[in-house]
Design a protein around this ligand. Structure first.
Ligand code: ADP
Ligand code: MG
Length: 315
């Protein structure tokens, strides 16, 4: 549905994006994760046709945003970092104005705006002037304008930034409700947001893609339960032998000796929790387990690694 190919963006001497490529399938919610200044807004501004790339392509449902901007833009609803709200208008006036901009037919307007206002829960406030709304409600109006014209793709730039925790939960719920009808890219610098709403994640740092994959690959129980760090008191060869012969164990590697204990990394067959057999076999051999913990990298660890790695290179 969305194809980003080799995007590079140079602002004078600053390379904001450096050969960025990724794609989003229909129906996915992609978390576009990265620290401030990573290049998230730049990518989204290119994808929505607000700025042009120095090189590379952004293609929406087969339409290149540069070659076919009109067709491509029709497919996109965009909530920029700062929603383009006219503070002196009422919600209704503003959304009608957006209908004008997006060319929504008069006779379809009422039903469409009613649906959108119902969905984002601003129907009762339609006569209110936007200036007087709370930040959470302003953000809902921002989301509403992105939904006008019923675009298939939603590009949401840090939709929960600056909101209080209750508002954040509400906006997340709303995004969750939109997932069935739309393909969504959501940028954020908050990890828990990705875990809460996204199916896939792309991590960007300093203009480059640092990691990508499905959220479940990064965080699933399988991914973490598969490997264990185990610390056992006893002689290394005896322990190694028991571990290697333990049912379900696929691979054993020695890590180090820590006082009178040996530490090993044990990998099990996928989807098999090897902790019970490990306990049984080791206790039968009178080898006490001091510690047994699953290892696996959470999204948070990956993110921190990615960000730190670059920081170290720079020093
Ligand atoms: P993010 O949204 O991830 O915080 P941005 O895409 O806004 O990051 O910015 C990426 C980099 O590009 C930053 O170093 C930022 O300072 C720079 N940048 C963004 N917009 C401009 C601009 N209009 N002119 C010059 N530099 C810019
Ligand atoms: Mg930004």
């Amino acid at each position: 549905m969305i194809e980003i190919k080799n995007l590079t963006k140079q602002y004078g001497v600053i390379k904001a994006l450096d050969d960025v490529s990724f794609s989003v399938k229909k129906g996915e919610i992609l978390g576009f994760l990265g620290p401030n200044g990573a290049g998230k807004s730049t990518t989204m501004n290119i994808l929505t046709g607000y700025i042009s790339p120095t090189s590379g392509h952004a293609i929406i449902d087969g339409y290149d945003i540069i070659e076919n901007p009109k067709e491509a833009k029709k497919k996109i609803g965009y909530l920029p970092e700062l929603p383009p709200l006219y503070l002196d208008m009422t919600i209704k006036e503003y959304l009608n104005f957006i209908c004008d901009l997006k060319g929504v037919e008069q006779k379809k307007r009422k039903a469409q705006l009613d649906d959108i206002m119902y969905l984002v829960k601003i129907g009762d406030l339609r006569g209110r002037v936007i200036r007087n709304l709370s930040k959470g409600y302003k953000q809902r109006v921002g989301l509403a304008q992105a939904l006008v014209g019923n675009p298939e793709v939603l590009i949401l730039d840090e939709p929960t930034v600056g909101l209080d925790p209750k508002q954040i939960i509400e906006i997340r719920k709303l995004i969750g409700a939109l997932r069935h009808e739309h393909t969504i890219i959501l940028s954020t610098h908050i990890l828990s947001e990705v875990n809460a709403v996204c199916s896939n994640v792309v991590i960007i740092n300093k203009g480059k893609i640092a990691a990508s994959g499905s959220v479940s690959d990064f965080t699933s129980a399988e991914g973490t339960v598969n490997k264990f760090m185990i610390s056992i008191v006893g002689a290394k060869p005896a322990i190694q032998k028991v571990l290697e012969n333990c049912p379900g164990v696929r691979n054993v590697s020695f890590v180090r000796i820590d006082k009178d204990a040996c530490i090993f990394l044990v990998e099990s067959t996928r989807n098999l929790d090897v902790r019970r057999p490990l306990f049984n076999e080791l206790s039968r051999a009178s080898l006490p387990i001091l510690e047994l913990r699953p290892v696996g990298r959470t999204l948070e660890e990956i993110f921190i690694d990615v960000v730190n790695k670059d920081a170290v290179v720079e020093q």
